[in-house]
Design a protein around this ligand. Sequence first.
Ligand SMILES: [Zn+2]
Length: 214
Amino acid sequence: MPSKHIKASDFPLLQTCLTDNKEWAERVSHENPGFFANSAKGQSPFLLWIGCADSRVPESVVLGRKPGEIFVHRNIANQFHHNDDSANAVLTYAVKNLGVQHVAIVGHTACGGCLAAHGAPKPDPKESESTALSRFLSPLIELRHSLPEGATIDDLIIANVKKTVQTVCESEVIQENWKTAKETGKQPVYVHGWLKDLSTGLIKDLDFSEGPDF
Ligand SMILES: [Zn+2]
């Protein structure tokens, strides 16, 4: 079906968002004159946040950070797949161009992606997966079936954060960063695993942090 031009201004909720944005920008400019002029010159985030697309886990809001401090990749259930060009491109740019010092993999309680994967049967390799969503969830379903019988959704959520920490550490970008750090003495990138509890708003360090072994 072809598309046709419409007006965003016909939708009151979107208009409210734009009005709120104007008020926010005016408030920030008032409190910190020059903030946006400096921001327009460039960014130097210290952290790459790989989190879930869930609307309840907005990284800069929940960490109390300003624009420019956190580089972000969010997808269904905070996953990192070696064949995912989008995730790999973000990691590459964050590490090589922006020089982030830390990567945080952030899961959250009641994650819809993990809930779906927890209840799904093991994928049949003979059946071709039919949607982008089912293909993207497939590794999560595999992970669910690798856990012991009786594993809960919370077990899967935590196992998924742990697995993503490992997958990011095994990526070409991080491996190359660690090799360079060893050769040059530069500070390497560190990878961490966190969990946000939606019922309290608090983020817990899962103690899955990894750095190079040298
Ligand atoms: Zn989620």
